[in-house]
Design a binder for this molecule. Structure first.
Ligand code: KMH
Ligand code: ZN
Length: 299
């Protein structure tokens, strides 16, 4: 089996600061977390920007550029930036960092889906910041929009800037959306897919669903795709372990799961990276370096 490419998704745009003091929100903190995750074994980091004072997700290209430059100056990890942004952001906001950062990878969400995390509001007794509760509640009524026109624009703008799309797939129909753009001749080189399970509105995080997506991808796209798997919440380590058994790559990190084990908050992104690296070792799978990941992703 190939080496496992570990991606660390550092902070995301789902969790809110009131859920964990360890969620990185300041720019330097996000940079340092990414660098430490790389030291712990991550070959790729997936980055979102947050307002350094309030932790609110932001599409600010200036902040993203500061984060990307900071990480680049300190290590050679493969950098992937988000174009998913946060629920409610416009396409312009979500895409603004692509031409500014010219990162090696950017997420490209492969279809529209409900992406709800409003139940978080019920668990917060006292919010640290005013934006947090309205932000999570809003996801009950606002979908995550990724139309065909949108996906086409994202692919085109990434291609113009030397950035490879990482397709985020939450539902099986999204694989056919990717196939459409392959047929249209818009995608070169191996297709890179991130299966994201466990989002309320998408496929639940079960081994059956992972197998279903993996087998569907093989029948819809053929064998020429590279895949990784992320799972939101407590299923993170079960599902990423199953993905490694199937020969896939994995994504962990505080974007997807704030806990390192039942009831125990992860104190850093390096912790889940180290844990998944340990599981990989038990499965006899070696870890890819950033350059080895580049070889696989870009040939
Ligand atoms: N924040 C979510 C709405 C991505 O980075 O592209 C989307 C997300 C996926 O986090
Ligand atoms: Zn993300």
């Amino acid at each position: 089996m190939e080496k496992v490419i570990i991606t660390a998704a550092i902070t995301g745009a789902v969790h809110i600061p009131s859920m964990s003091d360890y969620l990185p929100i300041e720019t330097e903190q996000i940079i340092n977390e990414a660098v430490a995750a790389n030291k712990a074994g991550a070959a790729i980091v997936h980055l979102h920007a947050r307002d350094p004072k309030t932790g609110q997700p932001t599409g600010s290209p200036e902040l993203m550029k500061r984060i990307v430059d900071g990480v680049r100056s300190k290590c050679d990890v493969v950098i992937g930036i988000t174009t998913g942004g946060a629920i409610g952001m416009t396409s312009e906001e979500r895409l603004a960092s692509v031409p500014i950062c010219k990162a090696e990878l950017a997420s490209c969400n492969a279809g529209s889906v409900n992406f709800c995390f409003s139940p978080i509001a019920e668990k917060i007794k006292e919010a640290k910041f005013d934006w947090e509760i309205p932000f999570v509640k809003n996801t009950y009524k606002v979908p995550f929009v990724n139309t065909f026109q949108g996906i086409e624009d994202y692919i085109r703008i990434m291609s113009e800037n030397g950035t490879k799309p990482e397709f985020e797939v939450y539902e099986v129909g999204m694989l056919s959306n990717i196939a459409y753009f392959i047929k249209k001749g818009m995608l070169k080189g191996p297709i890179y897919i991130q299966f994201v399970l466990g989002i309320m509105g998408g496929l639940p995080a079960t081994v059956d669903n992972l197998l279903f997506l993996y087998n569907s991808a093989k029948s819809i796209l053929g064998d020429k795709f590279i895949w990784s798997c992320a799972a939101a919440g407590r299923a993170q380590f079960d599902i990423t372990t199953a993905a490694m058994i199937l020969g896939g790559n994995v994504r962990v990190g505080l974007e997807d799961n704030l806990y390192i084990s039942k009831g125990v908050l992860a104190k850093s992104n390096a912790e889940p990276v180290a844990k998944v690296k340990e599981i990989a070792a038990l499965l006899d799978r070696k870890i890819a370096t950033p350059d080895e990941a580049r070889e696989v992703l870009f040939g």
